[in-house]
Design a binder for this molecule. Structure first.
Ligand code: GLU
Length: 440
């Protein structure tokens, strides 16, 4: 019998980890809250919240994860996604580059000659990005942006009007950037509407839990894992995560990749989001910033999470996964069926030229390559090969294309490749389509 006051459930070591992280860095009081905008200077430096959201929507949190603050620059990659959806990648790239500037967020880094901002994470690029959001009027464009940010967070978000007013009335440098962009024709019209949208998007109120869900949405192919709502078209995720990787942490981006190794974005409000695609999202809030404008505790927390949970994106699991569960040929394995003497004799003679690979798990380059290698390097080459898909859970687009090319290679030699027990539904329908398209 357990003691009567024992909790009904096991203490999760993951929750304990998050609690311990919070305790470990709560005493760190380095850094200063941003004060270049009067409203931001009011932030309480003692606030500190950590949230981790999984790609199926479970949130682990510790500390002040419901304390509100403004999203600031963390809006930049999200609005970049909106612009990509509204105008298409080509149009967006014509106005805004994807080169890290290595400069501070408010640097005036425009490409020599064209005036194109180097990337969408510095203010110049973000203001140009906001100008690409489509909508008949200002209200519609604002609703489009706030709606997108809300879809990422999984709840309706609102604007802190006092911060917005403060941004607008003191944003002379951003206004100067707007006019430079207008001068170069990067902004087609009066910069004021784009600036206003930019100031408003920076003033959207979130908490650390929201940020973890924003990050988990990016980790989950663009679908918020808690609501199931799509926040951004899957085709633009690569572009968003790329600029977060190369330019997300102001002039600390290279150091960040080396130490943490996750696409991320910070904001001067004290928030940081970090994303490990396919696995989890992190949201941290602590408004005291270092000299580069990144949350001091936020950077420490992300470093610790990456190191202790083994999340650096360049240190993926060592074993890519094995696709071949079993391999045998017709001479080795016989079904229990009774055969005539002639049939058995035929099998004895030709059995070795029939090979069967039972596949399993996920097919992608690293798991499919050994199968292709075995089939193409076997001597004598099999006249008849069977790939048994019964235990295959998924095949990515590259694997589907390689399989279709494999079918053709067999065909050119007058040999046969048969896929057995292929499930219905994607991605295997795509496989059938690929194979058919090349076999007319
Ligand atoms: N409102 C800020 C600005 O443009 C956003 C800066 C940031 O978070 O980096 O001045």
């Amino acid at each position: 019998m357990p003691p009567t006051d024992a909790p009904h459930h096991l203490d999760s070591p993951i929750q304990a980890f998050v609690d311990a992280l919070h305790a470990r860095f709560a005493g760190l009081t380095d850094g200063r809250v941003a004060d270049y905008i009067p409203e931001l200077a009011k932030a309480d430096a003692s606030k500190f919240g950590i949230a981790i959201a999984t790609v199926d929507g479970r949130v682990y949190e510790a500390g002040d994860t419901r304390a509100p603050f403004t999203i600031q620059s963390i809006s930049k990659p999200l609005v970049y996604g909106v612009a990509l959806e509204d105008c298409g990648a080509e149009r967006v790239r014509a106005s805004i580059g994807v080169e890290p500037s290595g400069d501070a967020f408010n640097s005036i880094s425009l490409e020599a000659g064209t005036g194109r901002p180097l990337n969408p994470m510095i203010n110049a690029g973000a203001i140009a990005t906001s100008s690409l959001v489509q909508g008949a009027d200002r209200d519609t464009r604002l609703a489009r942006v706030v709606g997108a940010l809300s879809a990422y967070a999984g709840r309706p978000l609102a604007i802190d009007e006092a911060v917005f007013e403060s941004e607008r009335s003191t944003g002379h440098r951003n206004r100067a950037i707007g006019h430079l962009l207008r001068n170069h024709g990067i902004l087609a019209d009066d910069p004021e509407p784009a600036l206003e949208l930019y100031f408003r998007q920076c003033s959207v109120v979130v908490d650390a839990r929201d940020l973890a869900l924003v990050a988990a949405t990016l980790a989950n192919g663009g679908v918020n894992p808690a609501t199931g709502q799509r926040a951004v078209a899957a085709e633009h995720l690569g572009a968003i995560l790329s600029v977060m990787t190369t330019c997300g942490m102001y002039d600390f981006a290279g150091e960040w990749v080396a130490r943490v190794g996750m696409p991320a974005k910070s904001g001067v409000g004290g928030g940081i989001v970090a994303v490990l695609p396919g696995q989890l999202g992190i949201g941290v809030y602590s408004p005291a910033l270092d000299a580069r404008g990144n949350s001091v505790r936020g950077v420490k927390v992300c470093e610790a999470i990456s190191a202790e949970l083994g999340l650096h994106f360049l240190q993926p699991p060592r074993v890519a996964g094995v696709a071949v569960r079993a391999r045998y040929d017709g001479a080795q394995v016989r079904s229990k069926r009774r055969r005539t003497g002639a049939e058995a004799a035929l099998l004895d003679r030709h059995g070795a030229s029939i090979v069967v690979h039972e596949l399993q798990g996920d097919l992608r380059f690293a798991t499919l390559e050994p199968v292709i290698r075995a089939l193409s390097e076997d001597t004598p080459a099999p006249a008849f090969a069977v790939l048994d898909f019964k235990r295959v859970a998924h095949a990515d687009a590259a694997a589907v294309r390689l399989l279709a090319r494999l079918v053709e290679a067999f065909g050119r030699r007058g040999a046969h490749l048969v896929f057995s027990r292929v499930r219905r539904g994607s991605p295997f329908d795509a496989l059938a389509a690929e194979v058919d398209a090349h076999h007319v």
